[in-house]
Design a protein around this ligand. Structure first.
Ligand code: TRP
Ligand code: CA
Ligand code: ZN
Length: 333
């Protein structure tokens, strides 16, 4: 028998196994299983009286994230080799991500702005429900540079955030807080889309964002595991996840403020995020921790035509995608 998605746990968590399914159980699931096993109705709290079960994040299937990357690569290939602001490859990327979200039950909207004389778009997706005064927001820039398809930069963050949103829908997750996801336009022209979004919020709406999580380059082929050290709670959430995998992380220092979290941070919103490295080179100490090639850039194809689906480390993409889901779940209930 199948437990409700909302109480399924990754196999890695050390909790008692369900006698019914062999799956690990949360406290909530233990209560449900006890009831189903014939626990007396009089002695058991009704579903309405029971405190809401703490839901654990699902494992994000990296194959699904890679399938989105394949789509973004095809879009670039069919549109002059890029997905840049103001180009048809950006529009097609937007259409792809939006259609996936709409089909999954998100409320999507486009926010227009102008950059370098062309119209740009942010895509915003809200998951219905949760406390509108406490918004947990996750985002990634969807535009590439003109010189390449932008698969690690930033198809990787875009696809992982998309798959996390789809996992929210699949699991029927109903967190205490409200979940919002964003795909930014014109990051490569100077954080234009995300700056426009933050500027467009009144101070009251900005204050409702309890955290903004940013994912820009999370599948670098010679990866490092970097965690933004901005808000301590968000930072700890990511560090805890990697500690659970036995992976050392470092603080992200390769150009602090070089991505879409910067406008949020400057407006006083708590921010955090993950990064697997761009054009800095891996040191021998880093290679000893993480493997990979000493003296080579984390991403030798950064902003180049070779930033294709071949330019992604599947393990880094998988770990970072799972870390995103973990943080979204942990920070929203
Ligand atoms: N935002 C940069 C880009 O898209 C990439 C980058 C460089 C970055 N350094 C960073 C992203 C540090 C996050 C954190 O080109
Ligand atoms: Ca995974
Ligand atoms: Zn870039």
């Amino acid at each position: 028998m199948k437990l409700p998605q909302s109480v399924q746990l990754p196999q890695s968590l050390k909790l008692p196994r369900s006698p019914l399914s062999g799956r690990a159980l949360t406290a909530g699931a233990v209560a449900v299983a006890t009831l189903m096993a014939g626990g007396s109705a009089a002695g058991a709290a009704s579903a309405a009286e029971r405190p809401a079960a703490v839901a654990d994040a699902p494992d994000i299937p990296v194959a699904n994230v890679k399938a989105h990357l394949t789509q973004l690569q095809s879009i670039a290939t069919a549109n002059g080799g890029n997905r840049a602001h103001g180009r048809p490859g950006y529009q097609a990327s937007l259409d792809y991500v939006r259609a996936e979200l709409d089909a999954a039950g998100f409320t999507t909207s486009l926010q227009e702005f102008t950059a370098s004389g062309s119209t740009g778009y942010n895509l915003i997706a809200d998951w219905p429900g949760g406390d509108a005064d406490q918004v947990v927001m996750s985002g990634a820039h969807l535009d590439s540079v003109t010189s390449g398809p932008g698969i690690n930069d930033n198809g990787s963050g875009s696809s992982a955030v998309l798959e996390t949103a789809l996992a929210v829908a699949r699991s029927g997750y109903q967190p205490t807080k409200h979940l919002r996801f964003a795909w930014w336009g014109a990051e490569e022209l100077g954080l234009v889309g995300s700056s426009h979004y933050v500027d467009s919020l009144g101070s009251a709406d900005r204050e409702k964002i309890s955290g903004y999580l940013n994912f820009d380059m999370i599948g670098s082929p010679n990866p490092g595991y970097f965690v933004y050290d901005d808000d301590p709670t968000i930072e700890k959430t990511f560090k805890d996840y990697f500690a659970g995998l036995g992976i050392t992380t470092e603080i992200e220092t390769e150009g602090d403020g070089r991505s879409d979290h910067a406008p949020f941070k400057n407006a006083g919103v708590p921010v955090g995020g993950l990064f697997s490295g761009a054009d800095y080179r891996k040191t021998s100490a880093q290679a000893a921790e993480w493997g990979g090639t000493v003296g080579e850039p984390f991403d030798p194809c950064y902003h180049s035509s070779c930033d294709t689906t071949a330019n992604v480390d599947d393990t880094a993409l998988d770990r970072n995608s799972d870390a995103i889901a973990y943080a979204v779940w942990e920070l929203s209930q």
